[in-house]
Design a binder for this molecule. Sequence first.
Ligand SMILES: [Zn+2]
Length: 459
Amino acid sequence: MEKTFPLKIGLEIHGYLDTKEKLFCMCKTDFLNSEANSVVCPICTGQPGSKPMLPNKVAMDKVIEIALVLGCKINHDKNLVFQRKHYDWADNPKGYQTTISGAYSLPCAENGKFDGIRITECHLEEDPAQWNPETGGINYNRSGLPLVEIVTEPDFRTAEQVVSWLKNLVHSLSYIHALRKNGGIKCDVNISTYGDRVEIKNLNSLEKISKAIEYEIARQLENHEKGIVQARETLAFDEAKGKTIKMREKESGADYRFIPDPDLPPMKLDEKQINAVKKTLPEMPSEKLDKLIKKYKVDKANADILIKNLELVDFAEELGKSTDVAKSISWITIELLRVLNYNKKSLDDEGVEIKPAHLAELISFVDKGEITVLKAKQIMNEFVPKSFSVKEKMAGSIGKLSEEDTKKFVEQAISENKKVFEEYKSGKKESLNFLIGCVMKLSNRRADFAKVREIFEGR
Ligand SMILES: [Zn+2]
């Protein structure tokens, strides 16, 4: 029988807020696509005499959005004081990190609950630079990027629960575009079993989080059997060895020597600003799922595909205004996704502009039998990056062919493939498929497949 034991797991999650500029300067935030140390200035490299600019308003708004999604109480109309959190490390040129957290600071938001897990607090801070321990080089592109830190209560009981909760969190936050696309999240995981709690720092993938938790639980239980009492400490996870290693004894808050930043005024989140943000919040994935199934009668499997991405849901809802979405669903979940994937694009990428009205129009032409399905699929290939009205092109050369015109292509296919046609006449079934394929090609997919077959069979 499985033995039970005390276990508490809590998380501190850091995510890059999706802003165009850094938190205290106007440097661009596209650190992933920029050459090392190319998006920097005296402020974010901590040069003597430089002072921070007022905090980025977009970053403040995103923290409010996140806090609302997490059901937190937002500390409005109160002084939120930026603190200097001191520590000496190569990635930290100022000698401190600026953050709205720590011993004397009220967090931006607190006491929330998301997907069954209590949220302790949610606040804003800046990212340090990136230090490469192998070369000693430092890249300041990341220095000063706005980060949200989300702290949970130790409510998790298994590694699987942590992973599925984090997936749900990232998915929900993608709906409000709060986090930088491909920016990833970093987690510190607190675990306690019999002894004091330990903290595993800087886990940057779900796989690492899961492995580190599993390893650490097993290690602590083994030590407990041997009578070793777990002290409070900070660990790192060595992925290659698959084990946690001791970094240092856990610092208490006092070690960071928090002081209010004299260069930054206290911030206030007023109710007006919070209400304005509230109005812009979209429905969350579970609400969208419900709506797709109940209102639009989309089946669960297709609804699950759609809700993976807010833009896709919005697209389906927009299409639903003029078309029976449930009936046309494969045009989105199969065809639209096919062309987007082929072009390695998504609906919200810059420069991509695909209008639901254009797809609705295309579907209506197919339904009326004026465009063949194959032709419509071909037209959709051209919908990326920008869709267009098919109607305007109909006058030209994409409409479905009349029977008479189809016959001309059939004759052309026969005269170009006499031998294959004779094979077909003598009973070889596969030859017919080849000939039909020729007609589709010759007619630029405008011939109706069934009609072509009928004409051949009548010959
Ligand atoms: Zn800068």
